[in-house]
Design a protein around this ligand. Structure first.
Ligand SMILES: Nc1ncnc2c1ncn2[C@@H]1O[C@H](COP(=O)(O)OP(=O)(O)OP(=O)(O)O)[C@@H](O)[C@H]1O
Length: 305
């Protein structure tokens, strides 16, 4: 490994491929993650995010390509306690308590946190003695977070970590994550909550059909998509008519509420108001990560990226 960035990387994925029968889940992913980066892995359902993470953790064997985690094989990095993971699949025995689960994890790694600290960081103390099987979905997620944290890993890999958490639990979770990353530790998380990526990630990697289609800061990803978004209530307008307006790249409607992604929002706005003078509640905004996501992952978007 001659490249010093790659040599010191937290994670390096090169030429990674994985198929399940006819399904080409991951098609040649290249990714180098520096220590200390907080990276959000985004993409629509079936984009290949979970499969990529499972290969990164050594849980799935790639058909081709190479994975290193802190210069080691994924299994070795995990065995050394360098990696903590929270995945969608797999759970814990329902009869065990959170304290027992986290205790079992801690016993495997010499440099682990105290069990009570991991439970506190994940906000689990109140139900630490309750059976895992009797907890709610969001509570189970917190226990899984405590189990991922307890080995005090340098890299956390989290697949949709806040799914099933309520608003307060999500806020607690991200506060704990901020504390964890302050020391320069690395996080890779997949999410469908784009606001979480926008707020917490230094870097966003967008996958679609098993490939990385965009990689950069939130600002850089948004800048990949030219233009602005016009939102307006447009009584009587058909979607096809809106899509044909000058300057409009793509459009969606919900009832009379229209959302137009525009390369030239000035031209689009003039034409919109000329055609439908009764349009109201009009706003024109720069691209958000969510807008960019919609445009970049649309099925005809392959040529734009
Ligand atoms: N064990 C498996 N057996 C067969 N097909 C699989 C398996 N795991 C994943 N796939 C397929 O690979 C593709 C990618 O799935 P993956 O779970 O990696 O996507 P994802 O981006 O994580 O999706 P989601 O956002 O829905 O979690 C999908 O078409 C999925 O059906």
């Amino acid at each position: 490994m001659d490249d010093p960035v790659a040599a010191g990387a937290a994670v390096r994925l090169s030429g990674l491929r994985k198929s399940f029968g006819e399904v080409r889940a991951v098609r040649g992913v290249e990714l180098t993650v520096a220590p200390g980066e907080v990276l959000a892995l985004l993409g629509p359902n079936a984009a290949g995010k979970t499969t990529t993470m499972e290969m990164l953790l050594g849980l799935t064997t790639p058909d081709a390509g190479e994975v290193t985690v802190f210069g080691r094989t994924p299994r070795r990095a995990t065995a050394e306690g360098l990696v903590g993971a929270m995945l969608q699949s797999g759970g814990f025995l329902g009869e065990m308590t959170a304290r027992e689960i986290v205790g079992v994890m801690a016993a495997q790694y010499p440099g682990s946190l105290r069990v009570a600290d991991a439970l506190a960081r994940a906000g689990v103390e109140k139900y630490a003695k309750a059976r895992y099987g009797g907890l709610s979905g969001g509570q189970k997620q917190r226990v899984r977070f405590a189990a991922a944290l307890v080995c005090d890993p340098d890299l956390l890999v989290l697949d949709e970590p806040t799914v099933a958490m309520d608003v307060a639990a999500r806020a607690d979770f991200w506060a704990a994550m901020r504390e964890y990353t302050t020391g320069g530790r690395t996080v890779i998380f997949a999410t469908h909550y784009l606001a979480e990526a926008q707020e917490f990630a230094d870097r966003v990697v967008l996958m679609r059909h098993g490939e990385v289609i965009a990689d950069g800061s939130v600002a850089a990803i948004c800048a990949k998509v030219d233009g602005r978004t016009i939102r307006a209530n447009v009584p009587g307008a058909a979607l096809a008519e809106l899509r044909r307006l000058p300057g409009v790249g793509s459009a969606e409607t919900r009832g009379e509420r229209a959302e137009l992604h525009c390369a030239d929002s000035d031209a689009a706005l003039r034409a919109l108001l000329a055609a439908w003078p009764a349009a109201y509640d009009v706003s024109v905004t720069a691209m958000s990560l969510e807008d960019a996501f919609v445009v970049l992952t649309a099925d005809d978007a392959g040529e734009r990226v």
